[in-house]
Design a protein around this ligand. Structure first.
Ligand code: FAD
Length: 428
């Protein structure tokens, strides 16, 4: 089953075969079996550093793979970097995420520039150089800090403020819960940028603050005044989760990504692709769970027959496989279109695809856990960990119910043009 969707992607893009082999070889060498809670936790950050040495941290951005600004990088860089043809970077990233998810959802951070992509795409040259050195070459990790304790789903409601003092900004607020607070080298922070005389007004006038457009900036974690506080999550425990506190943290103006007020554009462009990545991590995990369950169902006798011969068992496995394969195909079809239709990403479809994929993956792993019987309910099999991990990704990067609404609102508003085929049929 694993082969069917991935084989279809590779048949459409044979130039990615060598890349897929490189990722698989890396995983076989460093994470040969799906992770279980019972086994020692893989050294995740160490694996990311190994991936950087193997050229597997910068392939998803043309400039990140080869080096900043001058577009060529050092000869050592060029030798190590995995080869991904131009235009296929997002599809390659999706393949890497799917393959990583087959071993463990926490392996999602091992490959690619991750959230560092925003700093590399929109940062000033000094930021691009620093992020490239640390995140791409050094295998460190970049985080994203959007959510706040009072407002996760509602971006306009964010209250973290960067006061503009000419050559620098003073950042104050609290972010969380956010991932990677202990491991990240830096964060892309979404905030409201205001002039000093506006700062006092927006502190007391929530409606005025809502009207201030979002900005984004790159904040290295060693910046004075950044405090962290961790929480204990249900799943995805390979990486920390917690709060970031800022009190008058001084950030150079060149830390801004894009122009002031560009935050929403940067958020939408990045998260459209990123949501598909998280979807594919979960679909990889679900595919592995279905395959493991098929193997068990063939071997396991129940009375005079095997588990696989019981019609209701086959039907549940078939339903899971159909849902997971359909969601995988949708995610790759959206990734193939990102940046190719000249209109920017289809934010609504990408949002709903993440919701559909993580919901389908969760159902599939739940069926797989059930069909593993009591074994499935222990920390000895990967099922319970997958279930907890995927549960987190039904909330993270946008709660699924919100993401389905994004598609509905877009369809109700008719915000994307009808495909030419339908227009032509109507005109006929
Ligand atoms: C494992 C994990 C990792 C995370 N990592 C990060 C990170 O790295 N960076 C970061 O910035 N954030 C991160 N988050 C936070 C995440 O983005 C937010 O939790 C999410 O956006 C929801 O915000 P909230 O928690 O404030 O929930 P709320 O906004 O309070 O919403 C609660 C629930 O209400 C429902 N709901 C809310 N709005 C709507 C709506 N419009 N329509 C229908 N239903 C709705 C949804 O079911 C939602 O789950 C992470 C969360 C998790 C669980």
């Amino acid at each position: 089953m694993h082969a069917s969707e991935i084989r279809a992607v590779l048949a459409r893009h044979p130039a990615l075969c060598a890349f897929a082999s490189r990722v698989t070889d890396f995983l076989d060498g460093h994470l040969p079996e799906p992770a279980t809670e019972e086994a020692a936790r893989p050294p995740w950050l160490g694996l990311r550093r190994r991936a950087a040495e193997a050229g597997l941290t910068g392939f998803d951005l043309a400039c990140a793979a080869t080096g900043p600004a001058d577009g060529c990088g050092s000869p050592e860089d060029r030798g190590a970097v995995a080869v991904v043809p131009r235009g296929l970077e997002r599809v390659a990233q999706g393949l890497a995420m799917f393959l990583a998810g087959r071993r463990d959802c926490d392996a999602r951070e091992v490959f690619s520039t991750g959230h560092g992509a925003m700093a590399l795409r929109y940062g000033a040259p000094a930021v691009v150089r620093a992020v490239h050195d640390r995140v791409v070459r050094g295998g460190e990790l970049a985080g994203v800090a959007s959510s706040e304790p009072h407002s996760g789903s509602d971006l306009r409601g964010l209250r973290t403020v960067a006061v503009d003092h000419g050559d620098h900004l003073l950042l104050s607020g609290t972010k969380g819960l956010v991932s990677r607070v202990e491991e990240a080298a830096g964060f892309v922070v979404f905030c409201k940028m205001v002039a000093p005389d506006e700062a006092a007004v927006v502190q007391t006038d929530a409606a005025a603050l809502r009207r201030v457009p979002l900005s984004a900036l790159w904040l290295p974690m060693e910046t004075a005044g950044v405090l962290t506080e961790t929480a204990a999550p249900l799943g995805l425990r390979g990486w920390s989760l917690g709060h970031l506190h800022f009190h008058n943290v001084r950030v150079g103006k060149d830390g801004l990504l894009g122009a002031p007020g560009d935050g929403r554009r940067i958020f939408d462009a990045h998260f459209s692709g990123w949501r598909l990545m998280m979807a594919l991590v979960c679909l990889g995990a679900a595919t592995a769970a279905i395959e493991e369950t098929m193997t068990r169902a063939r071997r396991r006798s129940v009375g005079r027959t095997s588990l696989a011969n019981i019609p209701s068992v086959a039907s549940r496995l078939g339903t899971s496989a159909a849902e997971v394969q359909a969601a995988t195909a949708w995610c790759f079809s959206l990734l193939e279109r990102v940046g190719q239709d000249g209109e920017g990403p289809d934010v609504a479809a990408c949002s709903a695809a993440k919701a559909l994929a993580t919901d389908a993956a969760y159902r599939a792993v739940d069926v797989a856990l059930q069909l593993h019987g009591s074994d499935g309910y222990t920390r000895h099999t990967p099922m319970e960990k997958r279930l907890r991990d995927i549960r987190g990704l039904r909330i993270a990067d946008g709660p699924n119910d919100t993401l389905y609404s994004v598609l509905a609102q877009s369809l109700l508003a008719g915000s994307r043009p009808s495909p030419p085929l339908i227009v032509a049929q109507r005109q006929a």
